[in-house]
Design a protein around this ligand. Sequence first.
Ligand code: SF4
Ligand code: SF4
Length: 217
Amino acid sequence: MLRDCDINEISDGKKYTLTDMVKVTCDDCKGCSACCSGMGSSIVLDPLDVHRICTCLGKRFEALLESEIELNIVDGVILPNLKMAPDCVFLNEEGRCSIHPYRPGICRIFPLGRIYEDGDFSYILQVNECSARNKAKVKVSKWIDTPDLKKNQSFIRDWHYFLRDIHDMLLEKQDEQLMKQVTMQILQFFYIEPYTEERDFYEQFAERLVHAKKLFL
Ligand code: SF4
Ligand code: SF4
Protein backbone atom coordinates (compact mmCIF):
# COMPACT_ATOMS: atom_id res chain seq x y z
CA MET A 1 0.00 0.00 0.00
CA LEU A 2 1.47 3.36 -1.03
CA ARG A 3 1.46 5.84 1.86
CA ASP A 4 2.69 9.37 1.63
CA CYS A 5 3.74 10.26 5.19
CA ASP A 6 6.66 11.47 7.24
CA ILE A 7 8.32 8.39 8.75
CA ASN A 8 9.47 10.49 11.70
CA GLU A 9 5.82 10.93 12.69
CA ILE A 10 4.93 7.23 12.68
CA SER A 11 8.24 5.63 13.66
CA ASP A 12 11.38 6.14 15.71
CA GLY A 13 13.02 7.40 12.52
CA LYS A 14 15.30 4.36 12.11
CA LYS A 15 15.35 1.88 9.27
CA TYR A 16 15.98 -1.69 10.35
CA THR A 17 17.48 -4.64 8.49
CA LEU A 18 17.02 -8.32 9.35
CA THR A 19 20.15 -8.37 11.49
CA ASP A 20 19.28 -5.31 13.60
CA MET A 21 17.88 -5.50 17.11
CA VAL A 22 14.53 -3.78 17.63
CA LYS A 23 12.46 -3.11 20.76
CA VAL A 24 9.22 -4.98 20.04
CA THR A 25 8.63 -8.01 22.27
CA CYS A 26 5.50 -7.58 24.37
CA ASP A 27 5.35 -10.56 26.77
CA ASP A 28 3.56 -12.67 24.16
CA CYS A 29 0.74 -10.08 23.93
CA LYS A 30 -0.77 -11.40 27.21
CA GLY A 31 -4.27 -9.99 27.74
CA CYS A 32 -4.13 -7.84 24.62
CA SER A 33 -5.49 -8.31 21.11
CA ALA A 34 -5.76 -4.64 20.19
CA CYS A 35 -4.07 -5.01 16.81
CA CYS A 36 -6.51 -7.78 15.79
CA SER A 37 -9.56 -5.51 16.02
CA GLY A 38 -10.84 -2.48 14.21
CA MET A 39 -8.15 -2.52 11.56
CA GLY A 40 -10.65 -1.84 8.77
CA SER A 41 -9.36 -3.03 5.42
CA SER A 42 -5.71 -2.36 6.27
CA ILE A 43 -4.50 -5.97 6.54
CA VAL A 44 -3.99 -6.39 2.82
CA LEU A 45 -3.06 -9.91 1.77
CA ASP A 46 -0.35 -10.83 -0.68
CA PRO A 47 -0.40 -14.11 -2.64
CA LEU A 48 1.67 -15.89 0.04
CA ASP A 49 -0.76 -14.80 2.77
CA VAL A 50 -3.71 -16.19 0.83
CA HIS A 51 -1.82 -19.39 0.02
CA ARG A 52 -1.06 -19.85 3.73
CA ILE A 53 -4.69 -19.26 4.78
CA CYS A 54 -6.03 -21.56 2.04
CA THR A 55 -3.59 -24.27 3.23
CA CYS A 56 -4.55 -23.77 6.88
CA LEU A 57 -8.31 -23.90 6.31
CA GLY A 58 -8.30 -26.30 3.35
CA LYS A 59 -10.31 -23.80 1.33
CA ARG A 60 -9.93 -22.12 -2.04
CA PHE A 61 -9.76 -18.36 -2.51
CA GLU A 62 -13.39 -18.16 -3.65
CA ALA A 63 -14.53 -19.89 -0.44
CA LEU A 64 -12.51 -17.46 1.72
CA LEU A 65 -14.48 -14.61 0.13
CA GLU A 66 -17.63 -15.95 1.78
CA SER A 67 -16.47 -15.11 5.30
CA GLU A 68 -12.75 -14.60 5.97
CA ILE A 69 -11.58 -12.07 3.38
CA GLU A 70 -12.97 -9.28 1.20
CA LEU A 71 -11.85 -7.35 -1.85
CA ASN A 72 -11.00 -3.66 -1.99
CA ILE A 73 -9.21 -1.33 -4.36
CA VAL A 74 -5.66 -0.58 -3.22
CA ASP A 75 -3.67 1.89 -5.33
CA GLY A 76 -5.83 1.16 -8.37
CA VAL A 77 -5.69 -2.64 -8.10
CA ILE A 78 -8.27 -4.97 -6.52
CA LEU A 79 -6.62 -6.87 -3.66
CA PRO A 80 -7.92 -9.05 -0.81
CA ASN A 81 -7.76 -8.05 2.85
CA LEU A 82 -8.72 -9.72 6.13
CA LYS A 83 -12.30 -9.14 7.15
CA MET A 84 -12.83 -7.24 10.42
CA ALA A 85 -16.27 -7.20 12.02
CA PRO A 86 -14.86 -5.28 13.94
CA ASP A 87 -12.63 -8.09 15.25
CA CYS A 88 -10.55 -10.11 12.83
CA VAL A 89 -12.45 -13.27 11.87
CA PHE A 90 -9.48 -15.31 13.10
CA LEU A 91 -9.43 -13.86 16.61
CA ASN A 92 -10.71 -16.61 18.93
CA GLU A 93 -12.65 -16.38 22.19
CA GLU A 94 -9.43 -16.40 24.21
CA GLY A 95 -8.28 -13.32 22.31
CA ARG A 96 -5.63 -15.28 20.41
CA CYS A 97 -4.99 -15.80 16.72
CA SER A 98 -6.60 -19.07 15.63
CA ILE A 99 -4.32 -19.34 12.58
CA HIS A 100 -1.10 -18.22 14.27
CA PRO A 101 1.38 -20.37 12.26
CA TYR A 102 -0.38 -19.30 9.04
CA ARG A 103 -1.00 -15.63 9.91
CA PRO A 104 -0.40 -12.99 7.23
CA GLY A 105 2.87 -11.12 6.77
CA ILE A 106 1.50 -7.84 8.16
CA CYS A 107 0.54 -9.64 11.40
CA ARG A 108 3.95 -11.36 11.59
CA ILE A 109 5.95 -8.16 11.47
CA PHE A 110 3.61 -5.92 13.57
CA PRO A 111 4.35 -3.39 15.06
CA LEU A 112 7.07 -3.20 12.44
CA GLY A 113 6.09 -1.88 9.05
CA ARG A 114 7.94 -1.78 5.75
CA ILE A 115 9.33 1.20 3.88
CA TYR A 116 10.15 0.79 0.19
CA GLU A 117 12.92 2.84 -1.41
CA ASP A 118 15.18 2.51 -4.44
CA GLY A 119 13.98 -0.95 -5.48
CA ASP A 120 14.39 -2.41 -2.00
CA PHE A 121 12.77 -2.18 1.44
CA SER A 122 13.60 -1.97 5.11
CA TYR A 123 11.63 -2.24 8.32
CA ILE A 124 10.43 0.61 10.50
CA LEU A 125 9.14 0.52 14.06
CA GLN A 126 5.63 2.05 14.14
CA VAL A 127 5.74 3.71 17.55
CA ASN A 128 2.03 4.56 17.84
CA GLU A 129 0.64 1.09 17.05
CA CYS A 130 1.31 -1.12 20.10
CA SER A 131 0.78 0.23 23.60
CA ALA A 132 2.49 -2.67 25.45
CA ARG A 133 5.06 -1.47 27.98
CA ASN A 134 8.50 -2.73 28.96
CA LYS A 135 9.33 -4.08 25.53
CA ALA A 136 12.55 -5.99 25.08
CA LYS A 137 14.87 -6.08 22.10
CA VAL A 138 14.92 -8.92 19.60
CA LYS A 139 16.57 -9.42 16.24
CA VAL A 140 14.28 -8.43 13.36
CA SER A 141 14.81 -11.79 11.60
CA LYS A 142 13.60 -13.61 14.73
CA TRP A 143 10.64 -11.31 15.29
CA ILE A 144 9.15 -11.74 11.84
CA ASP A 145 9.07 -15.52 12.29
CA THR A 146 9.19 -16.40 8.60
CA PRO A 147 10.83 -19.50 7.09
CA ASP A 148 12.96 -19.24 3.90
CA LEU A 149 13.74 -15.64 4.76
CA LYS A 150 15.93 -14.93 1.74
CA LYS A 151 13.29 -16.12 -0.71
CA ASN A 152 10.61 -14.39 1.31
CA GLN A 153 12.37 -11.02 1.20
CA SER A 154 12.78 -11.29 -2.60
CA PHE A 155 9.12 -12.17 -2.92
CA ILE A 156 8.04 -9.16 -0.81
CA ARG A 157 10.20 -6.87 -2.91
CA ASP A 158 9.10 -8.32 -6.28
CA TRP A 159 5.41 -8.22 -5.39
CA HIS A 160 5.53 -4.64 -4.15
CA TYR A 161 7.38 -3.27 -7.17
CA PHE A 162 5.24 -5.26 -9.58
CA LEU A 163 2.08 -3.68 -8.08
CA ARG A 164 3.73 -0.28 -8.18
CA ASP A 165 4.57 -0.71 -11.89
CA ILE A 166 0.99 -1.81 -12.59
CA HIS A 167 -0.31 1.20 -10.68
CA ASP A 168 1.90 3.57 -12.69
CA MET A 169 0.95 1.92 -15.99
CA LEU A 170 -2.78 2.19 -15.23
CA LEU A 171 -2.39 5.79 -14.13
CA GLU A 172 -0.68 6.65 -17.37
CA LYS A 173 -3.23 4.88 -19.62
CA GLN A 174 -6.34 6.20 -17.85
CA ASP A 175 -8.43 3.42 -19.37
CA GLU A 176 -11.19 2.06 -17.12
CA GLN A 177 -11.74 -1.05 -19.22
CA LEU A 178 -8.04 -1.88 -19.13
CA MET A 179 -7.98 -1.34 -15.38
CA LYS A 180 -10.82 -3.83 -14.85
CA GLN A 181 -9.22 -6.37 -17.15
CA VAL A 182 -5.75 -6.12 -15.58
CA THR A 183 -6.96 -6.23 -11.98
CA MET A 184 -9.18 -9.25 -12.64
CA GLN A 185 -6.28 -11.06 -14.31
CA ILE A 186 -3.96 -10.25 -11.40
CA LEU A 187 -6.52 -11.75 -9.02
CA GLN A 188 -6.83 -14.83 -11.21
CA PHE A 189 -3.05 -15.31 -11.75
CA PHE A 190 -1.83 -14.72 -8.23
CA TYR A 191 -4.75 -15.51 -5.91
CA ILE A 192 -7.55 -17.58 -7.45
CA GLU A 193 -5.35 -20.13 -9.26
CA PRO A 194 -4.15 -22.36 -6.38
CA TYR A 195 -0.44 -22.98 -5.73
CA THR A 196 0.41 -26.67 -5.59
CA GLU A 197 1.73 -28.10 -2.32
CA GLU A 198 4.17 -30.27 -4.30
CA ARG A 199 6.35 -27.34 -5.33
CA ASP A 200 7.96 -24.38 -3.60
CA PHE A 201 5.53 -21.46 -3.40
CA TYR A 202 8.21 -18.92 -4.29
CA GLU A 203 9.17 -20.76 -7.51
CA GLN A 204 5.55 -20.88 -8.61
CA PHE A 205 5.09 -17.21 -7.78
CA ALA A 206 8.23 -16.26 -9.75
CA GLU A 207 6.93 -18.08 -12.85
CA ARG A 208 3.59 -16.31 -12.62
CA LEU A 209 5.33 -12.98 -12.17
CA VAL A 210 7.41 -13.41 -15.33
CA HIS A 211 4.25 -14.26 -17.24
CA ALA A 212 2.28 -11.32 -15.81
CA LYS A 213 5.08 -8.84 -16.52
CA LYS A 214 5.20 -9.97 -20.15
CA LEU A 215 1.47 -9.55 -20.44
CA PHE A 216 0.93 -6.23 -18.68
CA LEU A 217 4.18 -4.22 -18.57
S1 SF4 B 1 -1.21 -4.29 20.30
FE1 SF4 B 1 0.87 -5.02 20.87
S2 SF4 B 1 0.57 -6.20 22.77
FE2 SF4 B 1 -1.46 -5.92 21.82
S3 SF4 B 1 -1.74 -7.78 20.60
FE3 SF4 B 1 -0.86 -6.24 19.24
S4 SF4 B 1 1.36 -6.58 19.31
FE4 SF4 B 1 0.46 -7.65 21.09
S1 SF4 C 1 -4.82 -13.08 11.39
FE1 SF4 C 1 -4.41 -13.46 13.54
S2 SF4 C 1 -2.78 -12.01 14.08
FE2 SF4 C 1 -3.69 -11.30 12.17
S3 SF4 C 1 -5.26 -9.82 12.75
FE3 SF4 C 1 -6.24 -11.82 12.57
S4 SF4 C 1 -6.24 -12.69 14.61
FE4 SF4 C 1 -4.74 -11.02 14.58
